[in-house]
Design a protein around this ligand. Structure first.
Ligand code: PSV
Ligand code: MN
Length: 384
């Protein structure tokens, strides 16, 4: 397969919440034209697909994206050329979950958290989604606060109940995060813990790797290689970070890291659409306009992918087997240092797209239209 064919087949999933207002715990800035409901979020996400051609799915977050009629929401998406992707549960915004949700010492609270996932599975059935995505905010702030081990046991039982409720075509994808909101011990702090739970659950449970969820300096591409070896890399939540879980545009802080990740993906054949790896974004655009922010992010993933595809795999293997340290490194660096923008522009033109998606979006007048039309109502924001 040519590099262009591989790039043409790539798809990237967008998060509905990237189109709503977001911020930090200090301030959420409202932007003009922001969606008031999930229908408008999907319309904005469809714009990203219109101009990039590679973003045909939108992840939903429940209850932020609760609607009365999911058949209608799915039909709305289809009418705009996109479909519903992963359904994210939300275990971090209910007072009952202060001391945990799926790991909570109280069986009643655990029951409530499990029931929320059954509601998410119903949304999956109605929308045709196949991925139930769980990020567990549970954890401890202080040593002794609860038993580390008992919480793992409760978690295993809760997850097993959720897994049992899935349809045969559904996957459970399980995210990890090393800190925040808990500061002493998260209940799923790392890929190893997520993987152990997935292995116990069964062959439709996979790990989600959010690039912002590691300690600074972590070698993320090593984790990618390990999870691919185990056949358990289910998805990425792509974003960038400088310090903590910053949720900045992917490829903005460390494009070389993104390239190294995509290099592992390409070398393992995991770019293929049937590889089971869902390339999702999990970002917030606090100060930049949201639709072009998403377009830029999609382009950054495409550029890193194109560079990874440029690595001469045969020559690299030869250099590696010969112990040619400098030669092997040069092959990787030459690919990284290639300007792939002309190649991607050509690809877009061959698909009938504008070679410059951001310019095309700006010229479309969509931003002005939504600013004029979306007056009144409550803007969607982090938590709504
Ligand atoms: C948690 O930090 C997380 O990465 C999870 O994926 C959540 O669902 C998402 O962010 C919320 O923005
Ligand atoms: Mn995430």
């Amino acid at each position: 397969m040519t590099i262009t064919d591989a790039l043409a087949q790539q798809t990237i999933e967008l998060p509905s919440w990237a189109f709503g207002n977001s911020g930090t715990r200090f301030k959420v800035f409202a932007q003009q034209g922001v969606p008031r409901d999930p229908y408008e979020k999907i319309a904005d996400a469809a714009q990203v697909h219109t101009y990039t051609g590679v973003a045909p799915r939108v992840s939903l977050h429940i209850p932020w994206d609760l609607v009365d009629d999911y058949d209608a929401l799915a039909a709305h998406a289809a009418g705009l050329g996109v479909s519903i992707g992963a359904i994210n549960s939300n275990l971090f915004q209910d007072d009952d979950y202060m001391l945990g949700s799926l790991t909570h010492p109280s069986a009643d609270v655990r029951k409530k958290a499990i029931a929320h996932h059954l509601q998410c599975v119903d949304v999956m059935r109605a929308t045709g989604s196949t991925d139930l995505k769980i990020w567990l905010p549970d954890g401890l702030n202080y040593p002794g606060q609860d038993s580390l081990r008992a919480r793992q046991d409760r978690l295993a039982d809760s997850l097993a109940e959720i897994y049992a409720a899935l349809d045969p075509n559904h996957r459970l994808i399980l995210e990890y995060k090393f800190f925040e909101p808990a500061f002493y011990a998260m209940d799923i702090p790392d890929w190893g813990t997520s993987l152990l739970h997935c292995l116990a659950l069964g062959d439709r449970a996979f790990v989600v790797l959010d690039t912002g969820h590691h300690a600074p300096g972590t070698n993320i591409e090593f984790i990618v290689a390990q999870l691919l070896r185990a056949g358990r890399l289910g998805a990425f939540d792509f974003n960038s970070r400088f310090y903590a879980d910053d949720d900045l545009m992917v490829g903005s802080a460390d494009p070389f890291q993104l390239f190294r990740i995509m290099h592992e993906i390409v070398q393992s054949g995991a770019l293929a659409p049937d590889s089971g790896v869902n390339f999702m974004l999990d970002q917030c655009h606090n100060i930049e306009p949201k639709i072009p922010g998403q377009i830029r992010s999609v382009m950054n993933v495409q550029e890193a992918t194109a560079k990874a595809l440029l690595v001469d795999a045969a020559a690299l293997l030869e250099a590696q087997l010969a112990g040619d340290v400098l030669g092997a490194n040069a092959l990787v660096m030459d690919a990284y240092n290639t300007d792939v923008r002309p190649l991607l522009a050509e690809l877009r033109e061959s698909q009938g797209l504008d070679p410059d998606p951001i310019r095309a979006y700006k010229a479309s007048g969509y931003a002005e239209t939504i600013i004029a039309e979306r007056v009144g109502g409550n803007q969607a924001g982090w938590g709504a």
